[in-house]
Design a binder for this molecule. Structure first.
Ligand code: GDP
Ligand code: MN
Length: 380
């Protein structure tokens, strides 16, 4: 789950990171009042779940409350990478002498959290990683021991050469790791970490992604969810107990089990097309889940064909078949459906599907190729 900068700033601050204060405003008048309350020049920042707001015009400096109002007026309602800005953050502006990047991610290759820093901060870190990877310094964090002092100080020296700054940065890295760990985050990022003209080390941006699979341990985070910033289909899937991730292809997939769903997507790519989604209907799939899955997939206009891939174990093939029949009754299905099913109650399922004239096969290769062929020919 993504959260907004103002929410991540609060978590960071709770863990002792040096983050300037901020206010959140939903109207220009509120932004003006916030600027007056904070005093002095402020920065106004769009609160949307994407990076690169600066480049998109979503970050503006304002010298006084009247210009804060004007800046907020320009940013509120703005479209940034397809997301509408509903709120802005107002914070005291700082005089920047140096901008650095600091981030912690879960790294699959090393199977542990990795702290990354770069003195080339403020800009897109992906660009730095691509063009000048030697400017990114990393430390793998062994979760048994946490971030060790020598690692924190070492990375501090990769950013700065005077000791007070290095110490301040090392302290910030430790606190960032604590925040990351305590929140079950998959990413915690400060970009930029700045040194001000007054010599202070401050985190002036905050980004955090929370691990969906650990949210049950954090009931306090549920209120951080912003449905307006989520893909509507993903919200609906979550409410129906399905794991769904929207992708950009044309072949909609309804599969039982995450592993089989991944294998299905691989096979679609292998045969030269792109999956429209990842969708796992779960182990014991009652017919209602199949109807919800079809509804979600049909809401994506890119979908040109729907592919079912069911391996019946605990999941009963006849349950899925009944779900398909129900969906055909309840929904306007305007794309071809192809079905592969095998395993528990396969015969019963084939019988049910025959009644609605839907053929099924038990070959995964065959059904994937068929789905791609139909998706290519379909007009929708
Ligand atoms: P992002 O583009 O979405 O990552 O938004 P950021 O919060 O990182 O802001 C983008 C850029 O705006 C930063 O890299 C800074 O260069 C600049 N910026 C943000 N806050 C301030 C501030 O208080 N003072 C100054 N001078 N620049 C700022
Ligand atoms: Mn940033």
């Amino acid at each position: 789950m993504k959260i907004h900068e103002y929410q991540a700033r609060k978590i960071f601050r709770d863990h002792g990171l040096p983050v300037p204060p901020e206010r959140v405003a939903g109207t220009p008048a509120e932004a003006e009042a916030a600027a007056r309350e904070l005093g002095g020049p402020v920065v106004i920042k769009a609160q949307v779940h994407v990076g690169g707001r600066g480049k998109a015009g979503g970050v503006k400096l304002a010298s006084d409350p009247a210009s804060a109002r004007e800046a907020a007026g320009a940013i509120l309602g703005m479209d940034i990478k397809g997301l509408e800005v509903g709120k802005v953050l107002v914070a005291p502006a700082v005089d920047i002498e140096h901008e650095a990047y600091v981030g912690i991610i879960v790294d699959r290759a090393s199977q542990c959290p990795v702290l990354m820093v770069s003195a080339a901060g403020g800009v897109d870190i992906e660009d730095v990683a691509r063009t000048t990877p030697e400017k990114i310094h990393k430390a793998e964090i062994d979760p048994r021991y946490g971030l060790l002092n020598h690692q924190a100080m070492g990375l501090g020296f990769d950013l700065y050469d005077d000791l007070p700054r290095v110490r301040a940065a090392a302290d910030l890295f430790r606190r960032l790791y604590e925040a990351f760990l305590a929140s079950d985050a998959s990413l915690a990022e400060v970009n930029p970490l700045v040194v001000t003209r007054q010599g202070e080390v401050l985190a002036i941006d905050a980004k955090m992604n929370l691990d969906d699979n650990a949210l049950f341990r954090h009931p306090e985070f549920e209120e951080l969810r912003d449905p307006a910033s989520e893909e509507p289909a993903e919200t609906m899937a979550r409410e129906k107990g399905l794991s769904y991730v929207k992708l950009d292809g044309t072949v909609g997939c309804i599969v039982n089990g995450a592993g089989l769903a991944m294998a299905t997507m691989d096979l679609i790519k292998y045969y030269g097309a792109e999956p429209a989604n990842f969708l796992d209907i779960g182990g014991s799939s009652n017919p209602e889940k199949v109807v919800s899955a079809m509804r979600i997939i049909l809401s994506d206009p890119n979908v040109k064909a729907i592919l079912f891939n069911i391996f019946g174990g605990i999941t009963r093939c006849d349950d899925v078949a009944n779900g398909i029949v129900k969906a055909l009754e309840q929904l306007e299905v305007d794309v071809p459906i192809v079905i592969r099913l095998t395993g528990t109650n396969e015969k019963e399922a084939l019988e049910i599907l025959r009644s609605v004239n839907l053929p099924a096969t038990n070959s995964m290769d065959e059904v994937v190729q068929k789905a791609i062929e139909l998706a290519k020919g379909a007009a929708r």
